[in-house]
Design a protein around this ligand. Structure first.
Ligand SMILES: C[S@@+](CC[C@H](N)C(=O)[O-])C[C@H]1O[C@@H](n2cnc3c(N)ncnc32)[C@H](O)[C@@H]1O
Length: 208
């Protein structure tokens, strides 16, 4: 661990796993589609792709991606979130780890897609964002995709104001050798326009 608390831990005290899972269960019961991220990623992938769910939380997305036939590894630093994932899908790979020290997990590189959904990037520990993006980029195969979803205003974040701007994020990605390929305003693919409160971005690592 870096020793620095991430913004998610500051907000939740590291005890949000069960409540987070209940929130999505309630949304599903009310008829909402809670699998938009997995559907979006699958449309970008060949069958049986290798995916790293970075900041996987309770495993909501990785479990769905596995149901869709992909091979997912979930990494998260919050044991309360991982406890839910392990209970819901004990056979899957759930790793406790800090994305700012992803190298410490010795994951085999070459992932087809790395996903950081659900505001993982704005919820990192302040100042660790460039290092995390370097690690996520290094985990990709040449041509592999980094897919992120993040709020850009208070209405789309569990924070009073956005800690990360899109120009900052794109700059960190460029420094990590990633190129922006597509940007949407929602997981269902609505076009992104300047001033949107949410961005779904697809960056790619250069081909060899
Ligand atoms: C709002 S939750 C989103 C969980 C999941 N991606 C989803 O969309 O359901 C944000 C997650 O990012 C994780 N996170 C924040 N900083 C992290 C870090 N440095 N390393 C690993 N996980 C981190 C938190 O522990 C938390 O589970």
């Amino acid at each position: 661990m870096t020793g620095q608390r991430d913004r998610w831990a500051e907000l939740t005290g590291g005890e949000a796993g069960e409540e987070y899972a209940r929130r999505f269960a309630r949304l599903a019961e009310s008829g909402q589609d809670i699998h938009g991220e997995a559907t979006f990623c699958t449309a970008l992938l060949e069958p049986a792709a290798r995916i790293l769910d970075a900041g996987c939380g309770t495993g909501r997305i990785a479990i769905r991606l596995a149901e869709l036939g992909h091979h997912c590894t979930g990494v998260d630093v919050d044991p309360s979130m991982l406890a839910v994932a392990r209970r819901e899908a004990p056979a899957r790979e759930w790793l406790l780890g800090d994305l700012a020290r992803l190298d410490a997990l010795d994951l085999p590189p070459g992932f087809d897609l790395v996903l950081a959904a659900g505001n993982v990037i704005p919820l990192l520990a302040p100042g660790t964002e460039p290092a995390v993006i370097q690690h996520l980029a290094a985990a990709l195969r040449p041509g592999g995709l980094l897919v992120t979803g993040m709020g850009l205003d208070a209405a789309h974040l569990p924070l009073p104001e956005p800690p990360v701007t899109l120009p900052d994020f794109d700059h960190w990605c460029a420094e990590a050798g990633l190129t922006l390929r597509r940007r949407h305003a929602t997981w269902s693919g609505a076009p992104y326009r300047e001033g949107c409160g949410y961005a779904v971005s697809v960056h790619s690592r250069a081909t060899a």
